[in-house]
Each structure stands twice: as C-alpha cells, then as structure tokens.
Write a protein that binds this ligand. Structure first.
Ligand code: ACO
Length: 401
C-alpha cells in the first residue's frame, strides 16, 4: 500500500517535532533503554553485568560487532588496538600548535577530523577501511585525550609503549612525569575501565544522532565522529558532570544548607537546577547512576577523595528523592551526578571530564555509524521545516529602504 512517507508527500503534510521528542530516526539493534523501568542493555546484556564483569575494549567489541568476543578474538582485538596507539608526529605538532589553555573539546574535534588526512588508507566505506578506521579511532583517540591532559599539565607528548594495554597506556601518558614512568593504582585502573563502559553507548542521543546524520551524506567516519564531539561539548549533553561538581562547590561556598539549596531549586530562585538530576528518557533511577554511586564509595574510600563533598551529594540526593517536587516530576540522579566526584578523586583536572566522556562514547559512535552505513534503508538525513518568513516580495532599491 501507500507508505506513510508517500502519503505525507502526496498530501503536503509534514510533522513538526522540535527536539525529536517523538521521532525515531532509525531502527537499531545496538542499545536498548526502558526509561520507566531504568533499564539499559548493550546488545541485550544488562549494563550492571557488563560493569561488573567486562572491560572497556570487550564492550567496544560487543557494541561494534554485536557479540561478545571469544578469548582469542578479544586478545587479537586488544593487540590490534595497542599496535595502532602510536600517533603520527604530525598529529603531535598539530596538538602542540594550540595554546595550552585551549578548550580541549575543540582540539579533540579538530584532531579526530585531522586523523583522516594522516591515515588516508583508512578512509572509505569498504570492509578493510572501516575495520582499520574503527581501530584507529579507538586507539588514537585514547592517546590524543591523554595528550590533552599532558598539554594542560605542561608535559611533553610521549609516545605509547609498544604492546601496552589500552587503559594502562592511557593512564601512563596522561599522568606520568617526564620520565614516562607511572605506578598504576589498580583502583584507578578499574574505575576508569568502568566509567568508560558506562558511557560507551546510549542509543540516539544528541552526539550519536549527529554522527549518523553526518555519515548519511557519505562523509567519512572521522568527519562524522568529529561532529559528534562538537555535539557532546555542549553543557546540556557532555558537560553535566562538570556542572554537578561546580554546583557542590557553590553550595559549600554559599554557606547554605543542603535543605536551603533544595528549597531554592524548588522556588526556581536564581534559575537554580539540581545539576546531574533529571533525564529526557529515564523517569526512574538512571541505572548507570547506581553503578557510579557504588564505585564512588570505593574510590573515595581508597583514594581519599573529597568525602565531605560526597556526603553532601548523598544528602542532596536523599532530600530530593523524598520531596514531592522531584517525586512528581520523576527527577532522579543521572549518570553525571557522581562522576565528577570520581574523576576528581582519580586526580583528573576538571577540563578533562568531557573529553573522558568522548573517549567512552567512541564505541557507540562507531557502532552506530557502521549500522547506519550497512542499513539499505539509510537515506541522507534531511528534515523538513515549516516556513514562517515573509511572503514573496520585490527587491527594494537601496535608496528606498
Ligand atoms: N532540577 C530541578 N527541576 C528540574 C530538573 C532539575 N535538574 N530537571 C527537570 N526539572 C523540572 C523542570 O523544571 C520541569 O518542571 P515543570 O514541568 O514544573 O516546568 C520538569 O522537571 C520537566 O523538565 P524538562 O526540562 O522539561 O525535561 P527535559 O526532558 O527537557 O530535560 C534535562 C532533561 C535537560 C536532563 C533536565 O532534566 C536538566 O536540565 N537536568 C540538569 C542537567 C543535567 O543533569 N543534564 C545531564 C543529562 S544526562 C547526560 O547527558 C549524560
């Protein structure tokens, strides 16, 4: 019969849906969310189980290839990523050409786009190219993000060591001194792996939708992911972890009690919102938030982070969850309510929080790009609009305006 799109075309009807609150842009077999029940699954596996048993690269393999790898497949994948961590000297010069205080997300977006010019053999839509680009993006973004931190802290851009493992090399490049040596605390290693897993995919969020729409024009994957990084840089998307941490500090500095701050949020005084609370899709506890809260407990205990702030955050959560304002609006902590506290305890500088989110989201962007590319129903993303401008009018000569 007549498809809906034909019907709309034939009758001149279009639907208007600002923010795509109710428009599905694709079918996908990657990630499942039930916002009412607080469920998140990657390829069918509950996030809680992956957080407990898996590693970031194993989750990346799962998201991208659809199945958990065998022991041999995982070893081969880990080794392949490790082999590709070495970055071209030109990329290092590129990173060194920015001022040290440059906005890291801007530098990251530029560097990822530039990767296509240094590794042209991985640009293209054939199987060989896309497999190579997948590994290049995972491997080289880790090193570039670690370099962003060395730029912030004043270190030289050291090369990864051959055969070094992904998370270990990332931490070593990010945190070691000029001698390149670092004793990695197992608590930090595990926490980072886990935070990256929690951020690895979240179906058609703002940045992932951006990656798909750029890719729908048949632009290369580096261009698409670079655009996704731009989308993630916004405070309503990737910047909430930083905002929540700043909010905790502001409450402390203001001398308000937690109860007074919550009252201000409810009165909407000074535009205050409880940062790290609420979500477009989750109308119950964000399942990632539960996991983060648990590791925050362990990490702060073992690394001696800011327990005073953590206690305040927990108290803030407790008060909000027993208050009608938050209960009626179904506002619960999201993943970012506690992540800033954990990153701080791990000694990451605040400007690194959003680049860390980008590193975690990389497998999701890649998996969605590849699914979009392989789907025969993909068409160029091109929404319609309702025109509200002037009716036709004649050009006015300059002297008559
Ligand atoms: N604090 C106080 N009130 C809130 C909050 C909050 N954090 N979030 C929503 N509300 C209220 C709104 O004022 C509104 O109330 P009203 O109906 O009486 O006017 C109601 O709850 C619905 O909120 P909307 O803004 O319409 O919800 P939307 O789905 O558009 O926004 C968002 C979701 C952006 C996440 C919002 O909850 C928010 O701004 N939260 C704080 C920022 C944040 O933590 N963002 C991170 C999201 S998770 C992520 O990106 C990983």
């Amino acid at each position: 019969g007549l498809g809906v799109s034909n019907l709309l075309k034939d009758t001149g009807l279009v639907t208007v849906d600002p923010g795509f609150m109710n428009t599905a842009s694709c079918s996908s077999a990657i990630t499942y969310i039930d916002g009412d029940l607080g469920i998140l699954r990657y390829r069918g596996y509950p996030i809680e189980q992956l957080a407990e048993h898996s590693t970031f690269l194993e989750v990346a393999y799962l998201l991208i290839h659809g199945e958990l790898p065998s022991a041999d497949e995982l070893m081969a994948f880990n080794n392949r990523v490790a082999r590709h961590m070495h970055v071209h000297e030109g990329i290092k010069s590129f990173l060194n050409s920015f001022p040290r205080e440059a906005q890291p997300m801007a530098v990251l977006s530029g560097a990822v786009s530039a990767l296509s010019t240094f590794y042209p053999e991985s640009v293209g839509r054939g199987e060989y190219e896309i497999e190579l680009a997948t590994v290049q993006l995972l491997a080289k973004t880790a090193v570039v993000v670690a370099y962003l931190q060395r730029r912030v802290t004043g270190g030289e851009l050291i090369q990864p060591r051959p055969g070094g493992l992904y998370v270990d090399e990332f931490l070593r490049i990010a945190f070691s001194g000029q001698d390149g040596e670092l004793d990695i605390d197992p608590t930090v290693r595990r926490a980072l792996d886990l935070l990256l897993i929690l951020h690895a995919d979240h179906e058609q969020n703002c940045s992932t939708s951006t990656v798909r729409i750029v890719g729908s024009s048949q632009a290369n994957i580096y261009a698409a992911v670079s655009a996704g990084i731009g989308a993630l840089s916004g405070p309503l998307h990737g910047g909430a972890n930083e905002a929540a941490l700043k909010m905790f500090d502001q409450i402390k500095e203001s001398g308000d009690t937690v109860e007074q701050f919550v009252a201000k949020v409810k009165d909407r005084a000074e535009g205050a919102r409880l940062m790290g609370f609420g979500h477009r899709v989750y109308k119950s506890y964000d399942p990632r938030g539960t996991v983060v809260k648990r590791i925050a407990d362990q990490v702060l205990d073992q690394l001696g982070g800011n327990n005073e702030t953590f206690d305040m955050a927990k108290r803030l959560e407790e008060i909000a969850l027993s208050d009608d304002y938050f209960v009626e609006r179904k506002l619960y902590p999201n993943v970012d309510f506690y992540t800033g506290l954990v990153y701080s305890a791990m000694k990451f500088p605040v400007p690194m929080f959003t680049p860390l989110f980008a590193l975690g989201r990389m497998p999701g962007w890649i998996a969605n790009f590849r699914e979009m590319m392989d789907d025969p129903r993909t068409k160029i993303g091109r929404p319609r609009q309702i025109y509200t401008g002037s009716v036709e009018r004649d050009y006015t000569a300059m002297e008559e305006r």
